[in-house]
Write a protein that binds this ligand. Structure first.
Ligand SMILES: NC(=O)c1ccc[n+]([C@@H]2O[C@H](COP(=O)([O-])OP(=O)(O)OC[C@H]3O[C@@H](n4cnc5c(N)ncnc54)[C@H](OP(=O)(O)O)[C@@H]3O)[C@@H](O)[C@H]2O)c1
Length: 375
């Protein structure tokens, strides 16, 4: 039996969003700051809790949209951003079970902890020195994943799984057209579609970024940028690759013009997976005023005549309506990571104090795959 009292954890810091801004860039410059954070007090926690010293926190597109209340799930300010994080267990409650030990490297489940969660752990965003989590929300780092890769795993790969497997029913031989393929969820979708046996055509606006997408498994890449910076006509490229048939599945995380052009190069009966709209982020009003004055629209004439299935793919909302979707999805993503079959690419890492630079890098499209902060 130890006669010494464990030394208290040192204080840390965290990022706080004090109020919802008009837009994410405005939030970065005005309503976000870094403040001292007392270490969580074990005496005040549940016996089933663990304290994680955060080593890496993902900076996601959703983290940005939340700062202006333009994301469908609104965090109430003041709050700490950071949907996903990974770190080291520095305290474990007496009833937290035997699978996780102090000193273990873990990732934290953003559906149960942090600003995207619905329960009692919303305050523990990952842009902080510490996160408190119920023991069921932490998982040992799978396989050879680093803290940075683990922090960039679940949101992106679970979204790819939900869209391609649960909604798109992608099977071997399908041709999948993936937009925003250099992004967090797009790059995950490239890897998951390859595991499912599909042929992957990936799109983007930068040859350099598309070269990385190809390294991660894309069979074909198409730069869709026109000379004026808009979206060029790429239907002929897709038809040439598919022998005139068109894509069987579209994974659309970009929206806007690219969605419309896609409808011109899909096969009859194709599945159009609506994942997001990175090119039109201001669908809802800023400052959390809701409404969708700038929502994307798809032409019903093409949907009808091509017999398309247009499928909305909200990875988190779907689990609220059907909780049975989550356990097999989470297990499969962790298994693929453990087997080394999926490997998140993280192009940018910053110290926590440079959260503004990290968020600007994500917003301006510099990032390939993941961007992380190191508290
Ligand atoms: N359905 C879900 O459950 C779910 C889950 C997570 C995210 N999402 C949504 O999916 C979308 C993508 O998320 P993400 O995390 O992958 O974002 P991300 O990492 O920022 O990637 C978005 C990609 O879109 C491409 N893009 C094309 N036009 C763009 C434009 N005008 N502005 C910015 N990017 C543009 C960029 O690639 P290039 O520069 O190569 O063109 C970029 O890499 C977002 O709308 C997000 O809200 C949905």
């Amino acid at each position: 039996m130890s006669l010494t009292t464990p030394s208290p954890l040192p204080p840390g810091v965290r990022v706080v969003v004090s109020e919802l801004a008009e837009s994410p860039p405005e939030a970065i410059g005005t309503t976000m700051s870094i403040v001292p954070m007392p270490a969580p007090d074990p005496a005040a926690l549940s016996p089933r809790d663990v304290i994680v010293a955060v080593r890496s926190a993902a900076v996601g597109w959703v983290d940005l949209l939340m700062t202006s209340g333009q994301y469908q799930h609104m965090a109430r300010p003041p709050y700490t951003p950071g949907l996903e994080s990974a770190g080291v267990v520095v305290w474990k409650g007496p009833a937290a079970g035997g699978e996780i030990a102090e000193g273990d490297a873990v990732l934290v489940d953003g559906l149960l902890v942090g600003p995207r969660s619905l329960g009692a752990y919303q305050a523990y965003g990952g842009f902080a020195s510490y996160v408190v989590a119920p023991v069921e929300a932490v998982h040992a780092l799978p396989g050879a994943l680093t803290f940075d890769q683990a922090a960039a795993l679940l949101g992106s790969y679970e979204t790819a799984y939900h869209a391609l497997v649960a909604r798109g029913r992608v099977s071997p031989g399908d041709t999948v057209l993936i937009h925003g393929a250099s992004g967090a969820t797009g790059l995950a979708a490239v890897q998951v579609a390859k595991i499912l046996g599909a042929q992957v055509i990936a799109t983007g606006r930068s040859d350099a970024k598309l070269a990385v997408v190809r390294e991660h498994g894309a069979d074909h890449v198409i730069n869709v940028r026109d000379e004026a910076g808009g979206v060029r006509r790429f239907r002929d490229d897709v038809k040439a690759i598919t022998g005139g048939r068109g894509a069987d599945v579209v994974y659309d995380a970009v929206g806007g013009e690219i969605s419309l052009e896609s409808l011109r190069c899909v096969s009859f009966g194709a599945r159009f997976l609506v994942v997001g709209w990175a090119s039109t982020p201001h669908v809802a009003r800023g400052k959390g005023q809701r409404g969708a004055p700038n929502a994307n629209a798809l032409p019903t004439n093409l949907i009808m005549m091509k017999g398309l299935d247009v499928l909305g793919c909200p990875a988190v909302i779907s689990t609220v309506h059907d909780p049975s979707l989550r356990p097999p999805r989470l297990a499969q993503v962790l298994r693929w990571a453990a087997e080394g079959r999926i490997r998140p690419h993280v192009s940018h890492a910053f110290p926590l104090a440079q959260f503004a630079e990290a968020m600007r890098a994500r917003w301006s499209g510099e990032v390939i795959g993941g961007c992380v902060l190191h508290p």
